[in-house]
Ligand binder design. Structure first.
Ligand code: NAP
Ligand code: ZN
Length: 351
């Protein structure tokens, strides 16, 4: 299953709203076929693993991260392919929650295949957190926060400089990460201080470049900023307050930036949903991070910790988070820990 999960990651940024799925066929303990869902609309992972295994699938085991689908979507049901292949046993990770696709396990059992579900289910669910979120809470996007912080929880030094807290491998990871989100957002403070490009310049070319979003209450995004300058090439949305000066809003629109009014955190998330954004990666800064966290709408945190101290006057990673007692503070679930050069990535999920 670990191997199947690793295979599934190959579809990151390419499968759209579908889940990441990896699969392999095992015969007498040896892998005789592997596959993963590589493209939205393309064949499913288990179907490809079966093709790769060919005749060797007869009497073999299929290991797949997600319960095989039982419906005619863009491709024929995987349950058909499994039955035709002569697979004897299916071991899957997470149960499917898609009402249209689920039911594959029962169907296979009725046809006489041995089916075991739930192997490494938490890891598979974490890999597909956006997919599971969409089915559990379709009204608002999956919200992930990404911050690069010092050991003492600062995301910039006392002058507001954040280049660079983390090293090259951490920054490369961010380009990979962005490719899997529908939108990438920053606060107005960050847009001004860092002048970020927020484009995907990594190994994965996303099917659709993520929408760039700036929380820009007073419409202060500078006309000379990278975001405004490239707004005609990469979709860019400024979410402004009701009192934003009309000439500034007009200037942004003139430059190709889409502008919408959304101020409260929930209002921002509904506006994104309305535009078809099902997942957003919020890349700071500290004010935005603190507000989203306080509001309880952060589903996942990607925290990159760098081995340095920036001191009390540095910019705090989470501004204005109310005090909590140790016994009352909610503990998040650690989905992943990884070394990125000298830095450490922590992926934490709200329970
Ligand atoms: N290391 C990292 O990972 C990292 C990442 C990002 C930024 N940074 C650093 O962090 C610093 C900037 O962070 P920051 O905390 O000062 O600012 P910030 O969080 O980027 O932005 C705060 C600004 O966004 C506006 N804003 C927040 N929520 C809004 C909403 N719901 N609607 C409209 N506007 C909203 C605020 O306006 P109002 O106050 O009017 O509400 C405020 O002006 C910079 O020094 C930057 O280099 C570091
Ligand atoms: Zn399928």
């Amino acid at each position: 299953m670990e191997r199947a999960i690793a295979l599934a990651w190959n579809g990151w940024g390419r499968v759209g709203r579908n889940p990441l799925v990896g699969a392999l066929v095992l015969r007498d303990g040896a892998v005789v076929g592997e596959g993963f869902h590589a493209e939205f609309g393309g064949p499913h992972g288990e179907a490809l693993a079966l093709v790769a295994a060919g005749e060797r699938a007869r009497g073999a085991d299929l290991v797949v991260t997600l319960e095989p689908c039982a419906h005619h979507g863009k491709t024929p049901p995987c349950t058909d392919a499994i039955l035709a292949s002569g697979i004897r046993r299916v071991v899957f990770g997470a149960h499917d929650v898609d009402p249209a696709a689920r039911g594959g396990a029962d169907l296979l059992r009725q046809a006489g295949v041995v089916v075991e579900g739930g192997l490494m289910e938490p890891a598979v669910r974490a890999q597909n957190a956006m997919f599971f979120h969409r089915h559990a809470e379709p009204a608002r996007p999956f919200v992930a926060l990404k911050l690069a912080a010092s050991v003492d929880g600062r995301i910039a030094d006392k002058d507001g400089n954040s280049r660079w807290v983390t090293g090259v491998p951490a920054r490369e990871y961010v380009h990979w990460l962005r490719a899997g989100f529908d939108a990438v957002a920053v606060g107005g403070g960050t847009a001004k201080a860092d002048d970020p490009g927020l484009t995907v310049r990594g190994p994965v070319r996303p099917v659709k470049p993520p929408l760039r979003v700036v929380l820009d209450r007073h419409a202060e995004l500078p006309p000379a900023s990278q975001l405004v300058q490239t707004a005609r090439e990469v979709p860019t949305l400024a979410l402004v307050g009701r009192g934003a000066p009309a000439p500034a809003v007009a200037a942004l629109r003139e430059a190709g930036v889409e502008v919408a009014v959304a101020e409260a955190q929930r209002e921002i998330l509904s506006e994104l949903s309305r535009r078809g954004v099902a997942s957003v990666l919020v890349e700071g800064g500290g004010v935005v991070a603190g507000r989203l966290l306080k509001e309880g709408v952060v589903d996942r945190l990607y925290l990159m910790v760098a081995p340095l101290w920036l001191g009390e006057e540095g910019v705090a990673a989470f501004a204005g988070v109310p005090a909590a007692r140790i016994e009352d503070a909610p503990r998040w679930r650690t989905a992943e820990r990884r070394a990125l050069g000298d830095d450490t990535l922590l992926v934490l999920d709200r329970r």
